[in-house]
Design a protein around this ligand. Structure first.
Ligand code: GLA
Length: 496
């Protein structure tokens, strides 16, 4: 047990309000004080390569490509690293074909390179791809991971209890906090510290309690390899920015940079938004094949520094004078957030190429006065009372702004609309917002309004996908899961 955690537990159990409700204390394992930087196998390889060689190739690429020197640290293997059943003593078993020397040998090698190693598990009876989950084995699994030296544990949400059954995904009623707390407590009692990453898909307002249980929490269903998905996750992030703090961050999901579904401009915006939103940046592409333009983006030192700023405060929307208000569920161009040594301003051409101007007096945290600025993608610098930039469709500019003289700071306020669209739900028919389109649990056709996209749908047991512009492509990543359960993942739309 690490002593900080022990202290947190003791303080937590002693602290009660007059009504006798326990005051929740932040998980205090000393990890994740800035958002995690790393790589994960899932977006690159899915179930096909959750292996020692995939981990070691990624680790070597961290060193060879200079990513390690920039702070990328975690090499994480996602679903499908195990065998389909536990051992006779109830232990999780690494697939010997994928891990010929076991997990600990790989962890040691990766530690020897000055990097860290992460694994994936699930709170239910099975992982999302059907491998053994940790339900009923929390303590045993936490101890095994610790004995291997695992540094990061992503904990998924499939096959958890629901209405007396264990469907692949339960929407209601559910108590995600209870099963995340169970494993979080098990981790507090093992020797090797592990960053605890809750893969809870934004359910049950996880941002409101996640930091008492883990170090980061997913804010939405799975990212897809297209702009609409990136934009919708970022729009969600703007509404919950205040919950990110050192030690506990909103996790906007793993990156799709390098996977071919985004233009170069969109890759810049994906990276810039995740960075200023203080999301973990977990790369999700095959680093052995990454193209030069994508590599340049993920190696942007100025933007990584903003993401890793010690203040740990996430940027959110602000409304410059004369601009329209943000629309719930839609990506808005203007973002700002405080840094320990200045302010970050992000501008994203969310709805087409445009020239944008921002007066610094409109920016929360700045005021009337002269500032020095630097744009992190172009490297341009300047001094003045405003900036102006012409951006191509979906491109982004990221400014770091510091005082150049006496200033009158503007109070930091948020202009985020109070209503948000949420992913998920169930049933049949029409949903009004793109953010609600798809999601697990729809059992009939679902049609999304207000967006130029259409959702695919499947019917229980039959992998039929109805897409107005044809193509079964968007469903391909989940074909393994079709046979037993209905599974429609959020943002699986047919516009690729
Ligand atoms: C869920 C998670 C993904 C990935 C897959 C693996 O969909 O949200 O990030 O881990 O499971 O099956």
């Amino acid at each position: 047990m690490y002593s900080n955690s022990l202290l947190a537990i003791v303080i937590g159990s002693l602290s009660t309000t007059a009504q006798g409700h326990a005051i929740e204390t932040r998980i205090n394992n000393g990890l994740g004080r800035t958002p995690a930087l790393g790589w994960n196998s899932w977006n690159a390889f899915g179930c096909s390569d959750a292996s020692a060689s995939a981990a070691l190739i990624a680790a070597n690429q961290f060193v060879n490509l200079g990513l390690k020197d920039l702070g990328y640290q975690y090499v994480n293997i996602d679903d499908c690293w195990h065998t389909m059943s536990r051992s006779s003593s109830g232990q999780l078993v690494p697939d010997p074909k994928k891990w010929p020397n076991g997990i600990a040998a790989v962890v040691n090698q990766i530690h020897g390179m000055g990097l860290k190693f992460g694994l994936y598990g699930d709170a239910g009876t099975k992982t999302c791809a059907g491998y053994p989950g940790s339900q009923g084995h929390e303590t045993q699994d936490a101890q095994l991971l610790s004995s291997w030296g695992v540094d990061y544990w992503k904990y998924d949400n499939c096959y958890t209890p629901c209405n007396g059954a264990v469907p692949q995904t339960c929407w209601s009623p559910r108590d995600t906090k209870s099963w995340y707390t169970l494993f979080g407590n098990a981790l507090k009692n093992v020797q090797h510290p592990m960053l605890f990453s809750l893969c809870s898909w934004g359910l049950d307002n996880v941002w409101a309690w996640g930091d008492s249980v883990g170090n980061s929490w997913r804010t939405t269903g799975d990212i897809a390899n297209n702009w609409a998905s990136v934009a919708s996750i970022a729009a969600k992030g703007a509404t919950i920015s205040q919950y990110s703090v050192p030690g506990g961050f909103n996790d906007w999901d793993m990156m799709e940079i390098g996977n071919g579904g985004l233009t170069e401009a969109e890759e810049r915006a994906h990276f810039g938004l995740w960075a200023i939103g203080k999301s973990p940046i977990i790369l999700g592409t095959n680093l052995a094949k990454i193209k030069a333009s994508s590599l340049a983006i993920i190696k942007n030192a100025g933007i990584l520094k903003i993401n890793q700023d010690s203040l740990g405060k996430a940027a959110t929307y602000f409304v410059p004078s004369g601009q329209s208000q943000p629309v719930s569920g839609q990506l808005y161009p203007f973002w700002a957030g405080p840094l320990s040594d200045g302010v970050v301003v992000g501008i994203v051409a969310a709805s087409g190429a445009k020239t944008f101007s921002v007066n610094f007096k409109d920016v929360p945290g700045l005021g009337s006065g002269t500032y020095t600025w630097q744009e992190m993608y172009s490297g341009k610098t300047g001094t003045g009372t405003s900036v102006s930039v012409s951006l191509s469709n979906h491109d982004m500019a990221v400014y770091k702004i510091t005082p150049a003289g006496t200033t009158t700071p503007t109070p930091v306020t948020s202009s985020v609309p109070s209503t948000t669209s949420s992913a998920g739900g169930g049933g049949q028919g029409t949903v009004a917002k793109y953010g609600q389109c798809g999601g697990l649990g729809y059992s009939h056709s679902v049609f999304c309004q207000n967006v130029p996209k259409y959702c695919c749908f499947v019917v229980t047991g039959a992998p039929s996908c109805i897409c107005p512009r044809s193509s079964l492509r968007p469903m391909r990543r989940y074909w393994l899961l079709w046979s037993k359960d209905l599974r429609i993942w959020s943002l699986l739309c047919c516009d690729q």
